[in-house]
Design a protein around this ligand. Sequence first.
Ligand code: ADP
Length: 638
Amino acid sequence: MRLAPVMRVLLAAVLGARLIAAHGADHASANGGEAGGSQSSGRANVLVISGTDAYLPAFEAINRAMQAALDERHSRPVAFLYEATDSGRVSGDPGPTFAEYLENKYRGTRIDAVVLTTELAADLYLEHRNRLWPDAPVILHSLPAADARRVPPHPGLVVLPTNWGVLGTLRIARRLQPDARRVTVVSGISRLDQRILDAARVDLERGALGIPVEFVVGQSPRTVEVRLAQDDRRSIVLYLSMFRDEHGGVHVPRDVLTRLSAASAAPIYGIFDTFVGHGLVAGEMESFAERGERVADLLVTALARPTASALVVPATRSRCVADARQLERYGLSPGLLPDGCDLRFVERPFVERYWWQSLLVAVALVVQSVLIALLLLQRRRRRAAELSLAAQRLQLAHASRLAVAGELTASIAHEINQPLGAILANAEAAELLVQSGRLERSELLQILADIRRDDVRASEVIRRLRAMLARHDVERRRFDLHALVEETSALVRTEASRRGVAIDCALGARHAEIFGDRVQLQQVLINLVLNAFDASAASAEGARHVTIETCDTADGVRMSVRDSGPGVAAADLPRLFDSYFSTKAGGMGLGLSIARSIVDAHGGTIAAANTGGGAVFVVELPRPPSDARPGRSGRSPP
Ligand code: ADP
């Protein structure tokens, strides 16, 4: 406490006595007629005088809690009036002029109680109390316990001191950093800074930390920033406050802490509640909200019945508070904190923080998984259906070949009969020669050669037929299309002559090698040729021609079957390749549909057109890929 000189007290007393008289008169008139008078309206007016700036975060927190608690706990509504001396930061002394200012400002306003924040406010107010509101109870809070004992014992004065937990904070720091090599104490040089620093020095001496303590006092935040940046994790920084530096810079201590923390390589500890969350690692501190509630309680009591004498009540409890983010930043283990320490800013797990977003994503994932499963199931089913369809088509193709064979039976029988007849004739001739005894060796050899040739012819017919009729899986290999055309025309030649159709081949393609299933492509050709025979039947005998042509295309080979029939009706052209489309009596309508699926499976195209003198069916097949290798593709679609 600043001790007022004796002269000053006397002067104040004289002045005070005069002013009290004037004040009493004013007061009476104010209470009688002014609407702001608290008694008439039942409102209580509480004047709060802060020794620091009015917006200091700590005192804002205290005032907020005090107001809220008072609104709740006091029977009458309470109006708060705020004043700030700011003597915590600036060094000038407003002296009696401050009292005069208050007196003039609040003339006509009843003050029911006064709350003084810090001893700096007490210095100013209590000295002039008598000329202001001598009967209004006073609650003085936020001053060190040592100073509380020195406050003059005014009647109606209740003092709520504060315990700055410097020692407790350093103990926490030592727990977290047992290998720390030094303590750096940072402080400003304003009156309040000095008070806090003095109290800290006492505690530091008592604490016997066993490691050196350095004091960085009054330096500008920039200088301290640089210094802390060069520090390391084996240092403990105790940041007390910085209202003012020695260069005249005036600060809000919490803002200074934010700057220092951003730069500091060493963990920073502190003793004020409002610093947590602004770069402080941990500390032992009172809760400002709790202190505000205590002040509210004291006000409720004082407003009801002011104490006759001064009273010092116990300070609020200090406790450990830590910032989980700062602990993590400096690699300090929260497990080393004292039991019951209030650990703030703990990162909740992602799922907990974004629970509804996580839930949404989880639901989306489940829905997506179900959809994927359904799609896979559907794909499997479709694949199975495709395979079964392919198998059915293969069977159908085979059945169709059997049907073709049935159609060719007469011709085939004739074709086999011819060599068989020749063999028989040759055998009989040989027999006669043997019986006549005129057998010449060379003649017999000629007969035997003829028999063998005819036998080969007959077995060739049977081989071709068997090859066509065999039930087989799809087999892809390179083969010569011209050889296939010739073999097929040989197979149907007898049938052609039976029907009176002339069959020609004009094989103009220079690159007739293709890659695919020979039997299936032969089936395509036979279907087209037999259809051409059917169509040619409408023409007069002698005018029935079927021509099989080949030529090169840009990317493969083209094979056409041209006939001299009536052509395809324009209306039928679009439906020609549909399954079961037939214009023939007893026709199945499968030949062209099977042909198209075979050509499709070979990557080719098939189309029909009218030539004017009949129809032409054109099959285009691609050139074999350079890496085409023979292979079986099982029962894949033909
Ligand atoms: P089907 O021979 O059992 O009728 P296809 O699928 O082989 O079955 O032929 C379908 C239809 O296409 C035939 O009924 C016929 O009307 C027509 N068609 C096929 N080839 C020719 C052709 N060369 N000239 C005229 N019409 C044809």
